[in-house]
Design a protein around this ligand. Structure first.
Ligand code: K1U
Ligand code: ZN
Length: 187
């Protein structure tokens, strides 16, 4: 398994619509395993294929142990009321904003074994399903912000993006216990 580079805001792949998967192959199962590894290394709760430079309609999610590989996911039902909560994005590091979304969604998807499934997600899981499916449609959470908040977020990103040459975020892996350890050299 490998940790993949994460593409950040400005890379056109994040705005491209994805392509539906027609067959769940071993190559796609390897991609899914790499996406889970990358998501955990980056301390996220979800990751979509465009974020690692791929165009397949695939995302992975793990919210408090509720773990899913989502192939060709679609929202089939949403329930009101909506809820406003802060979101971040592994492709827009250190930028956050409040996004209003339906509290509960039901999705239909194919899992990594090729079986068609339906799941309902509430609260953070429902929000994460919606955030990842948005990625698969070329949409980012900043698109939901008010014009003022979006402008402020983009101004902050203009300065921050210099840290990501080529719109690539290298995910660092830390050996266990190395965090803040003065004896472990910075990589
Ligand atoms: O797709 C991504 O960019 C991953 C993103 C997903 C997400 C964040 C917030 C709400 C819905 C979906 C992240 O995981 S960013 C990390 C993060 O914000 C977070 C991490 C742990 C718990 C809660 C949020
Ligand atoms: Zn995101």
């Amino acid at each position: 398994m490998s940790i993949l580079d994460i593409r950040v805001l400005g890379d056109p792949v994040l705005r491209k619509p994805t392509v539906r998967v027609t067959e769940v192959t071993d190559e796609l199962r390897n991609l899914i395993a790499d996406m889970f590894e990358t998501m955990y290394a980056a301390e996220g709760i979800g990751l979509a294929a465009p974020q690692v430079g791929r165009t397949e309609r695939i995302a992975v999610v793990d919210v408090e142990g509720q773990k899913f590989a989502l192939i060709n996911p679609e929202i089939i039902a949403t329930e009101t009321p909506s809820d406003k909560a802060e979101e971040g994005c592994l492709s827009i590091p250190d930028i956050y904003g409040d996004v209003e979304r339906p509290t509960r969604v039901t999705i239909r998807f194919t899992d990594e074994t090729g079986s068609e499934r339906e799941e309902t997600g509430f609260a953070l899981l429902g929000r994460c399903f919606q955030h990842e499916i948005d990625h698969l449609d070329g949409k980012l959470f900043i698109d939901y912000l008010s014009p003022l908040k979006r402008r402020a977020a983009l101004a902050k990103w203009e300065k921050a993006k210099a840290e990501y040459p080529g719109y690539v975020r290298k995910v660092r892996t830390e050996p266990a216990g190395a965090h803040n350890d003065p004896d472990v050299p910075e990589m």
